[in-house]
Design a protein around this ligand. Structure first.
Ligand code: HEM
Length: 156
């Protein structure tokens, strides 16, 4: 296996596959809960590959999924590029401080048929052995607000 690129050292705490559960809300939809699996992987280059999939806790059916790349820029600065099969693509910038990553979108692009999303904010943070992930979004013509949060444990 390739050695971790030195630029990725501040992100090493993310490496592996994580599983857990979360909850979601938005003013336009019913509250929901989900099971989530996230993987952060590296190939020795200065980025981490990120993939995520979720399932409905009740029915086990697939819900949201997304994939992208986390690109460290030095001095704790980060870029994240992400795509979703719902026709949404996000570009975010932010920082890693210790084991806390916070990102805000600089661009959100949607296909003609996608639901309208104009901005996102994301956070990944560790609390002991638990990886937390959260997303806020400005969507459906509403202001930026909380959508999902989850807690996951590392499998490896
Ligand atoms: C853990 C991650 C996520 C889960 C489990 C999740 C799940 C859901 C569910 C169950 C709904 C309601 C049913 C539906 O319309 O499909 C929904 C709606 C929606 N989600 Fe998410 N979501 C996640 C992340 C995101 C992200 C990252 C975005 C955009 C950046 C997003 C954008 C939307 C939009 C635009 C709607 C439609 C709201 C409406 O129709 O009024 N979601 N999500």
């Amino acid at each position: 296996m390739a050695e971790l690129h030195p630029a990725c050292a501040p992100l090493a705490f993310l490496l592996g596959t994580w599983q857990g559960t979360g909850t979601g809300v938005y003013p336009t939809i019913e509250d929901f809960s989900f099971a989530e699996e996230v993987t952060f992987a590296h190939v020795g280059k200065p980025f981490l590959a990120y993939s995520q999939k979720t399932k409905d806790t009740g029915t086990g059916l697939p819900l949201h999924t997304e994939t992208g790349f986390l690109r460290p820029q030095g001095d704790g600065r980060l870029e994240l590029v992400l795509v979703q099969p719902s026709g949404i693509a996000e570009v975010l910038v932010g920082n890693v401080e210790g084991r806390d990553i916070q990102l805000v979108s600089t661009a959100v692009l949607v296909t003609d048929s996608a639901k309208p999303v104009t901005a996102t904010q994301r956070r990944f943070w560790m609390d002991g052995e638990v990886l937390h992930s959260s997303v806020a979004m400005a969507a459906m013509g509403l202001e930026l607000q909380h959508h999902v949060v989850s807690e996951m444990y590392c499998l490896s």
